[in-house]
Design a protein around this ligand. Structure first.
Ligand code: NAD
Length: 303
């Protein structure tokens, strides 16, 4: 029997597909790091989403570990180098959640531009703040996309339908059918809205910092549904206070949940719209992610 442990929630249909295989002994329960370390020597397939950090010590204790399945895209919660050294396959599901993340990105963009969240909060508190909530249109504005991969492209398609001009910066993409490829400096100089769709790597950590923000247009709106670590949040906080940045819409934070002092003061600002890392949290995305991941794992196990 091959022991499969699922440490973060997995779509029900995908779970049923796994449990229907008599060769697999499947357990599904969120274990904290110390408990996971206890069971990991018996596990051959470990399945996670973004919450579980699959660190080097977990991988090294996993003497039978063959596959780490990541239900989603970003691999920044998995020590991929440690897995590689031990010959462990890391499987993810690129593309399966792209439409959901792109739709949330557009939603956050409009929410930041039109104060939808602030209006809701004010109304719930009995305040009629109509005069304070004048916003801006998306139509005719320039959207700068940093990272023009699967999600960036889905965002570009949707933003084009709103009548936005689209420019993008991605050192690994030279030509695109919707976006005009530009340098980072040109994007920063011309974009009214900037949206981030890069993976979190050594190269992209704090890509949006004080110096980079200074090069942006005054009154820019920043949207981040990639990874919190791509933005230096202290620099963003200062820029939101000074109104250099008109508003920011964030689905992701460098610390999640964002309960430390920096994140608390960031979230307390009126020109922040925020969601708790729900980019891929739709019924459709989770069904696609679960199905694709399980199919990849079963193929790898020749089942
Ligand atoms: P992708 O690999 O298709 O696209 C990423 C793009 O970023 C690539 O085109 C790559 O060339 C580009 N890139 C890499 N380094 C860059 C740099 N330094 N500057 C500019 N561009 C750079 O990935 P994707 O499916 O579009 O996902 C993007 C990211 O979105 C993921 O890595 C993940 O962190 C995040 N994500 C978040 C959620 C969420 O719930 N909010 C869900 C899924 C994915």
């Amino acid at each position: 029997m091959i022991r499969v442990h699922i440490n973060d929630p997995l779509d029900q249909e995908a779970l049923s597909l796994l449990t229907s295989k008599p060769q697999l002994n499947v357990t599904s329960e969120h274990l904290d790091k110390s408990k996971l370390l206890e069971i990991i020597p018996e596990v051959e397939v470990l399945i996670v989403r973004s919450a579980t950090k699959v660190t080097r010590d977990i991988i090294e204790k996993g003497s039978k570990l063959k596959i780490i399945g990541r239900a989603g895209v970003g691999l920044d919660n998995i020590d991929v180098n440690a897995a590689k050294e031990r010959g462990i396959k890391v499987l993810n599901t690129p593309g399966a959640s792209a439409i959901s993340v792109a739709e949330l990105t557009i939603g956050l963009m409009i929410s930041a531009a039109r104060h939808i969240a602030r209006g809701t909060i004010d109304l719930k508190s009995g305040l009629w703040t109509k005069k304070e909530l004048e916003g801006v249109e998306l139509f005719g504005k320039t959207l700068g996309i940093i990272g023009l991969g699967t999600i960036g492209t889905e965002v570009a398609k949707r933003a084009a339908a709103f009548g936005m001009n689209i420019v993008a910066y991605d050192p690994y993409v030279t030509k695109h059918e919707i976006a005009k490829m530009v340098t980072l400096d040109e994007l920063l100089r011309t974009a009214d809205f900037i949206t981030l769709h890069v993976p979190l790597t050594e190269e992209t950590k704090h890509l949006i910092n004080k110096e980079v923000i200074e090069k942006m247009k005054d009154g820019v709106i920043i949207v981040n549904t990639s990874r919190g670590g791509v933005i230096d949040e202290e620099a963003l906080y200062q820029a939101l206070v000074s109104r250099k940045v008109y508003a920011a819409a964030l689905d992701v934070f460098e610390v999640e949940p964002p309960q430390d002092e920096l994140r608390k003061k960031l979230l307390s600002l009126p020109n922040i719209v925020a969601t708790p890392h729900i980019g891929a949290s739709t019924i459709e995305a989770q069904q696609r992610v679960g199905k694709e991941l399980v199919e990849r794992i079963l193929k790898e196990l020749s089942l």
